[in-house]
Design a protein. Sequence first.
Length: 251
Amino acid sequence: MVDTGENKDRLLVERFMEPDSNSVLDDPYVRTLQAVRFWGGLAMALLVKVPIVLGEEKYILFWLGDGLLKVALTPVLLLCSVPLVVGVFIVSARPGHRGRMGARLRGPLIAVGAFVGHAALVGVAALLILLVPAHFGVRAPLTYVSIVLGIVLAGRGIAFILYAVPAASRHMFRTVEVHQALPALLTVVLAWEFAVQSVFYPFGGWPDDTWTLPVGGALATTAVAAFEIFRLHTRHGVTLRTYSAPRPGVV
């Protein structure tokens, strides 16, 4: 049986973006919370302004544009947030646990590198498709080669990213390998970044008194993440400032 390109992309994502199975708690309830926490948080960020849209149809284009902007910003904000949040988290850990957390950074670094590398492929492809023809002319032999190569690179990069986004949304670039609570904390940071974007950098001319709506969405996401962390603590003994193996015998 011959693998398709789609299967290869999925395998690459599983290899680079999915955490070690020994680092993931075997808790179906937590897995459900992980899905609700991220996708529910993103949906909440989009739905909080629906009442305004229903009351004023002229805002529907702003709402659609704002939704597309948030979807596009998600991987960018995560890539910016992951190093800062993980760094602060490890520094805040109790002495004796920082080294163990730091030793688990290899997985997140691989995930971030794989994602950035494939995003860079898309950037290089755009340069090949747009700049080379503009410089050498649309009928130059080099232009044809450049466009074909650009399409191939863009296809590889985009296919990987499409599979990688769901994986990153659940485990937040494999930061779950460092600590079980990190994906939840990163979701909270992302939710408040969305709130800041909605309040201070909105898409289009929204009314000026809508700041309570995005803040409410961020609070709802924070509540779900807090409940997930609470369950990790009460059911599995996970505490924020200590490294704990998710399964007996796992170091």
